[in-house]
Write a protein that binds this ligand. Structure first.
Ligand code: ZN
Length: 147
């Protein structure tokens, strides 16, 4: 089977039926807003952490299929990860979307669908928007600036 067809199906599936979509009004969540002017993507992402671990992620936004599906995949991939593991996964994802070698022990499953994005440099920012939001959120907690 042509991998690019499979990858496109994974992306469209997350776009149509996203995981963890919809924000919550709960002060225990940190809200991060991101936008990608080059494509018009807008994303609000919330994270809830406990003891150095991401225990929940919510997202809501408008944008292209790459951006919205990637927020779903990022939430699915990073819930229940410690900050250290989340940072490792996020950095490997940046390598993957750029078409660079990545650690196959760290990146598994639906995230692999974004390998094809490296062929469309303009879309790399779409694919990484949610991951940048999560990186920002984790950094805020790590620096002790939460709330
Ligand atoms: Zn986009």
């Amino acid at each position: 089977m042509d991998m690019s067809v499979l990858y496109r199906q994974v992306i469209m599936e997350h776009y149509k039926r996203p995981f963890n979509k919809g924000l919550v009004s709960d002060k225990d969540y940190l809200l991060i807003h991101m936008n990608n002017p080059s494509c018009g993507d807008q994303l609000d992402l919330q994270i809830k952490v406990e003891n150095g671990k991401i225990i929940d992620i919510k997202h809501e936004g408008t944008g292209c299929s790459i951006c919205c599906s990637s927020a779903s995949v990022a939430s699915q991939t990073l819930i229940n990860q410690t900050f250290d593991d989340a940072n490792k996964i996020i950095n490997e994802f940046y390598e993957l979307v750029k078409g660079l070698p990545f650690d196959e022990k760290i990146l598994k499953g639906d995230v692999l669908a974004y390998q094809g994005v490296s062929q469309f440099p303009a879309r790399i920012k779409c694919a990484t928007l949610a991951w940048k939001a999560l990186e920002t959120g984790v950094k805020k907690y790590q620096e002790g600036n939460d709330k």
